[in-house]
Design a protein around this ligand. Structure first.
Ligand code: FA5
Length: 336
């Protein structure tokens, strides 16, 4: 740190400390601490000898000015303490401290929008554990240990036997067990996968899951809810397509894609040159999963969907690389 910066810091430190000095003794201690022969100012000025001939007088002048200010402030403070001063020791001409404020991350913004849309449709918003048991992340979702579907979602295994959850679907059976039917809930949260990263894949990303269980739930309910979600968030008409998809915990299962707004459907790295961005997995809840949740599949049925939140945010704002979300780059973050 330059001597000039050290002097500035010294000034701030002094102002902070003099603001707390309550008696004459404290002021005299401050004088020794800051201006004494072995005080802080002397310590800083020892660095003068390393400066060029040009810099020396500049820093010397600054130090003198600061010394005069300190002496002045100590005198004023001493008068105030002795009751001689009419004015308060507050310099109203000093500039105020700049108030730094942050802003919400784009993923949080869209997550909040989604939560609003779903609470308006009477869904609860539930939080879930990121370190999860094998049971809730896989087995209760109809994926036993030997099942090849485990390969689709490789993850990080912890020493205690838990896994970093690969999907917010881990909350499905938890919510069923806790609340029973009928049930409407969404589960936003962070998920983890052992994946190679590229413009549309991360190892650490966010999903927004939804689950509805009631009497006679069908694919029409699922599609209508998905349309409400997409138009509510994107606030414009976009092409979507539903195609068959395999997830062991739904039957039938679908994947829903949204046209790539980054390239207008022409093909780019975001959509892997297909013109479509895969956003959702969804389907009707498998009877085995309902049974794990303690719900009778003969009486109740349901739909579930799991949405890649990062990808939806990319489509909404035209972001062309998923890695920007975790980059910590303020130039990116300040745009939201
Ligand atoms: C699942 O995770 C299922 N749990 C979704 C589901 C829920 C299906 C309920 C049926 C019922 P999938 O692995 O396809 O499915 O991931 C869901 C979404 O997460 C994808 O459509 C995609 O938008 C996003 N996604 C998946 N992998 C990544 C990744 N590595 N980086 C960023 N987003 C990803």
């Amino acid at each position: 740190m330059s001597l000039e910066e050290q002097l500035k810091q010294l000034r701030n430190k002094f102002l902070h400390e003099i603001g707390r000095a309550k008696n004459i003794q404290a002021l005299s201690d401050l004088e020794i601490k800051f201006l004494g022969r072995k005080g802080e100012m002397s310590r800083i000025l020892k660095g003068l000898k390393n400066l060029s001939g040009e810099e020396k007088p500049k820093i010397g002048a600054l130090a003198n000015e600061l010394k005069n200010q300190i002496v002045n402030d100590l005198n004023k403070a001493s008068q105030v303490i002795k009751g001689e001063a009419k004015e308060e020791l507050i310099d109203l001409t000093l500039p105020g401290k700049k108030v730094m404020y942050g802003r919400l991350h784009p993923i949080t913004l869209v997550k909040n929008e989604l939560a609003d849309i779903f609470t308006s449709m009477s869904f609860m918003v539930l939080d879930g554990p990121e370190a999860e048991s094998d049971f809730y992340n896989f087995e209760s979702l109809n994926i036993p240990p030997y099942h090849p579907a485990r390969d689709m979602q490789d993850t990080f295994y912890l020493k205690d036997g838990n896994v970093l959850r690969t999907q917010t679907s881990n909350m499905q059976v938890r919510a069923m067990q806790k609340y029973g039917p009928p049930l409407r809930a969404v589960f936003p949260g962070r998920v983890f996968r052992n994946e190679a990263t590229d413009a549309s894949h991360e190892t650490n990303f966010f999903q927004f899951e939804g689950l509805m269980i009631d009497k006679d739930i069908n694919i029409g309910n699922l599609v209508a809810t998905m349309q409400e979600l997409i138009s509510g968030v994107l606030k414009k008409q976009v092409e979507v397509r539903l195609r068959p998809g395999y997830f062991p915990f739904v039957e039938p299962g679908f994947e829903m894609d949204v046209e790539c707004l980054n390239c207008g459907g022409k093909g780019c790295p975001v959509c892997k040159h297909s013109g479509w961005v895969e956003i959702f997995g969804c389907g009707l809840v498998h009877p085995n999963v309902l049974k794990y949740g303690g719900i009778d599949p003969k009486k109740w049925s349901g739909f579930a969907f799991g949405l890649g939140l990062n990808r939806l945010v990319m489509v909404k704002y035209g972001i062309n690389d998923i890695r920007l979300f975790m980059s910590g780059d303020l130039r990116f973050l300040k745009q939201f």
